[in-house]
Design a protein around this ligand. Structure first.
Ligand code: ADP
Ligand code: 5GP
Length: 189
């Protein structure tokens, strides 16, 4: 009997404002085996947003990193670049990526065993309220809602699991259970 463990890549994706960052923060806080990748972005930091929410960089630095092959995946999302630097998790840890749908597709293409958890809001109305509640200005809210219409069918098609983030604690619980189950599948017996 062997207990070899193939580490997991968990991709959390879904439309803006659905609650991905909030969920991932809670998942990582309760599960020390998870290692959260920090993305790069060229967008401005939001008021009140943590300094280390992203590696905030210039377009030049981002493009230089593309040229030197430093990203696992990257995309242009509503006029800004976002990208996952080549992951380097500590040994034995599982990597978590919190990214939009185009990036999730790229990761699935590179790594068919990546676990894609696609998160949806209970309704478009609730998504709008969450984006506003977070302080996104109205034009940005509208853009993100329109983008969500494009993202949803693609996300559903490539997802391993689709989760509706209604009650936050239940969502985190459900995702923890899925991760535990998928870990068992990856432990050779
Ligand atoms: P995303 O990372 O998907 O863009 P955020 O994590 O920034 O979304 O969440 C957007 C807003 O919605 C935040 O203000 C967050 O506190 C709130 N939120 C997240 N999950 C829930 C939930 N289940 N119920 C109510 N509000 C939520
Ligand atoms: P926000 O501006 O709301 O922080 O992020 C906008 C979108 O970009 C969200 O859907 C977020 O998940 C996604 N995102 C964050 N980091 C990355 C990344 O490294 N790669 C990709 N493809 N998307 C990302």
């Amino acid at each position: 009997m062997s207990t070899d463990y193939t580490s997991l890549v968990v991709v959390v994706s879904g439309p803006g404002g659905v609650g991905k960052s909030t969920i991932v923060e809670k998942l990582v806080a309760r599960d020390t085996q998870l290692w959260l990748s920090r993305s790069w972005t060229t967008r401005e930091r939001r008021q009140g947003e943590a300094l280390d929410a992203y590696n905030f960089v210039s377009r030049k630095d981002f493009e230089d990193n593309i040229a030197s092959g430093g990203f696992l995946e990257w995309t242009d999302f509503l006029g800004n670049y976002y990208g996952t630097p080549t992951p380097n998790p500590p040994k034995g840890r599982d990597t978590v990526l919190e990214i939009e749908v185009d990036g999730a597709q790229q990761v699935k293409r590179i790594n068919v065993r990546a676990l894609l958890l696609f998160v949806l809001p209970p309704s478009r109305q609730e998504q709008k309220a969450r984006l506003r509640g977070r302080g996104d200005p109205d034009p940005k809210v509208e853009k993100r809602l329109r983008k969500a219409e494009e993202e949803e069918p693609v996300g559903r098609a490539i997802a391993d699991y689709v989760i509706v983030n209604d009650d936050l604690d239940s969502t985190v619980e459900e995702m923890s259970r899925i991760i535990a189950y998928e870990r068992k599948q990856r432990t050779a017996s």
